[in-house]
Design a protein around this ligand. Structure first.
Ligand code: 5GP
Ligand code: MG
Ligand code: MG
Length: 178
């Protein structure tokens, strides 16, 4: 399994340090506000699970599952909601937690959709960002790491549903997806 990984980009320890740092910022910024954390399935599952356990203020957690049409390594921005939120977010301070922002098309669709539901505020927290590849403008308030334009897996992020359980973020060997 690890043989398919060309390079470890972010170690378990680097990720844990960053998760703590982000959680502390979020705890300060959202103090006193009704915080609704929305994890975007499936990729953000591992990140959101670690993040919420370091947040020291009250919060609620929900998930959305979306599928964006496109090839296996590129998204198109046309998004289908596979699992919606369980409750109304009107008046809540929403924190959308993502695994990785690439073109930004998926998140741009998602934030517009959430905005139309009357949330008091919507902020974005992503573990990874590939800023070079952006097509849609996104305001990312909480960002773990900028990464180069390489196809990564691990820490929740898959290729064809594999590699989500790797504890680090690594660059996949080209042969593993060709
Ligand atoms: P965007 O709409 O921002 O282009 O797409 C973001 C989504 O594309 C991510 O949530 C993820 O599912 C997928 N994606 C983008 N870059 C990578 C990558 O390097 N590795 C993997 N496994 N998925 C990626
Ligand atoms: Mg995602
Ligand atoms: Mg995926």
């Amino acid at each position: 399994m690890y043989n398919d990984v060309k390079e470890v980009l972010l170690s378990e320890e680097q990720i844990a340090d960053k998760v703590l740092e982000l959680a502390q910022l979020i705890s300060e910024d959202f103090a006193g506000k009704p915080l609704m954390v929305i994890g975007v399935l499936k990729g953000a599952n591992v990140f959101v699970a670690d993040l919420i356990r370091k947040i020291s203020i009250p919060l609620e957690l929900d998930f959305m599952a979306i599928s964006s049409y496109g090839t296996s390594t590129q998204s198109s921005g046309i998004v289908k909601i596979l699992k919606d939120l369980d409750k109304d977010i009107k008046g809540l301070h929403v924190l959308v937690v993502e695994d990785i922002i690439d073109t930004g098309l998926t998140l741009s669709y998602l934030t517009e959709n959430l905005r139309s539901r009357g949330a008091a505020a919507i902020e974005i927290c992503t573990l990874l960002d590939k800023p070079e590849r952006r097509k849609a403008h996104i305001d990312v308030k909480y960002k773990g790491f900028n990464i180069p334009d390489e196809f990564v897996v691990g820490y929740g992020i898959d290729y064809a549903e594999k590699y989500r359980h790797l504890p680090f973020v690594g660059i996949l060997k080209e042969e593993a997806y060709q």
